[in-house]
Design a protein around this ligand. Structure first.
Ligand code: ADP
Length: 404
């Protein structure tokens, strides 16, 4: 069976999904898996389309010290046990820099270009590139496609793309890129099927997961995002602070003697809901907690979403719909209720019953602004891009050979 493999590699995990290619380019999810605990407690888990378990194995730490080793083991499992021989591999790559505004077929030249963006996303880009390199080495004829989190936002105008810093830095790449682009692109492609007229208008999409951002879309294209140069800006997240006066960073360095590396670690791992609550980075735990600091963290999250909505509505010069997506947006009845309360001044009226039911449309009929819940699917987006590039660039029957 023809299939597409999708890989999303991070610092401590490699997530993968396999999609069957069916008639007329339709894709059907076959396998969902991940190798996590890389360098600590490596474990391979995989399940089929219905959630039926296919693998659950622990490995000694020295067997899987890094992402390439994890890729090797996951690859062997896919080939030898799951019997997957993909036509192509699609990768999530966090940074496409200023130039890549769409996915691209990977060759050595593209890898060299993407390596230049490591300094723009040092915590993610090297891990995204590691499996690309090992597949290029071991399976040089297997087509690979890079899909970028930044690409969907390359439609931003100069006002949304700049910081008020000397122009030279912008030329060097210090720009407001925006992230979660594959999720927003999926929503942009799905909304016309749900609300065709609304999809042509001004929509705010709130991607609320352990990473969180919001995107202002006009006619399905991104015009503004709460995230900027890195995925630290904007909304508070599980462990990242969101918008922060750069003076705080200066304070940490000059008064607390923290090095740049320490500050980086602190901003990515110890802030956000976790830092503020001192309880957890998981919204489920915070939602269930009566601890006053957990309450503060949830209140802060909701408040900042409300502020960002005002900002994005200003960028759009009005608002025609609001969409919730990702882990918290798709699942938390309470957060959706509280955020929509914050949006009442814009004309949002929630239908509590539909919200409880996790319906697609959760606003009342008389709400000036309809509010939707649309589950995102970044992996399907990557698989679709990969298949599309494969159809246009390579023969789908072109099989790859392993180089020994
Ligand atoms: P990522 O893909 O960025 O890891 P997800 O989109 O999967 O993140 O979202 C993870 C977040 O979703 C976690 O903070 C988790 O607590 C939250 N979440 C999942 N289900 C619920 C729920 N029922 N109520 C509240 N939060 C939830």
């Amino acid at each position: 069976m023809d299939s597409i493999l999708v890989i999303n590699a991070g610092s401590s995990s490699v997530k993968f999904q396999v999609f069957a290619v069916e008639g007329e380019g339709r894709l059907r999810r076959l396998i969902k898996g991940q190798m996590d605990g890389i360098g600590s407690r490596p474990r391979l888990r995989a399940s089929g389309a219905d959630g039926d378990p296919m693998a659950d194995r622990a490995y000694p730490i020295e067997a899987i010290p890094d992402v390439p080793a994890a890729m090797e083991v996951a690859g062997e499992w896919l080939r030898n046990e799951a019997r997957v021989t993909p036509l192509a591999v699609g990768h999530r790559v966090v940074h496409g820099g200023p130039d890549y505004e769409r996915p691209v077929l990977i060759d050595h030249g593209v890898v060299a270009k993407l390596e230049r963006f490591i300094s723009l996303a040092p915590l993610h880009q090297p891990h995204n590139l590691a499996p690309i390199r090992s597949i290029l080495t071991n399976f040089p004829t297997l087509p690979q496609v890079a899909c970028f989190d930044t690409a969907f936002h390359r439609t931003h105008g100069p006002l949304a793309d700049h910081y008020a810093i000397p122009y030279q830095l912008h030329a060097e790449g210090v720009r407001r890129y925006g992230f979660h682009g594959l999720s927003y692109e999926y929503i942009s492609k799905t909304l016309p099927q749900i609300a065709p007229e609304i999809a042509k208008k001004r929509v705010i999409v709130a991607h609320l997961g352990s990473g969180a951002s919001m995107c202002a879309m006009k006619g399905g294209s991104s015009v503004e995002s709460t995230m900027g140069f890195t995925a630290l800006d904007g909304l508070p997240m599980g462990t990242r602070p969101g918008q922060l006066d750069p003076g705080v960073v200066l304070y940490l360095m000059s008064e607390k003697g923290m090095s740049a590396a320490k500050v980086q670690d602190f901003l990515y791992r110890d802030c956000g809901l976790k830092g503020l609550s001192g309880v957890s980075n998981d919204m489920r735990e915070l939602d269930a907690s009566t601890d006053p600091r957990a309450r503060l963290a949830v209140d802060y999250f909701v408040y900042r979403i409300g502020l960002a909505a005002g900002m994005l509505a200003a960028a759009l010069q009005g608002l025609d719909a609001f969409v919730f997506t990702a882990g918290i947006g798709e699942n938390s009845v309470n957060i959706r209720a509280r955020v929509t309360e914050q949006l009442a001044w814009l004309g949002v009226a929630l239908d509590a019953v539909e919200n409880e039911r996790h319906s697609r449309l959760i606003s009342r009929q008389n709400s000036l602004i309809p509010v939707y819940v649309v589950p995102t699917d970044e992996e399907l987006m990557i698989a679709q891009h990969t298949l599309a590039l494969l159809m246009n660039g390579h023969s789908p029957s072109h099989r790859h050979e392993r180089v020994s």
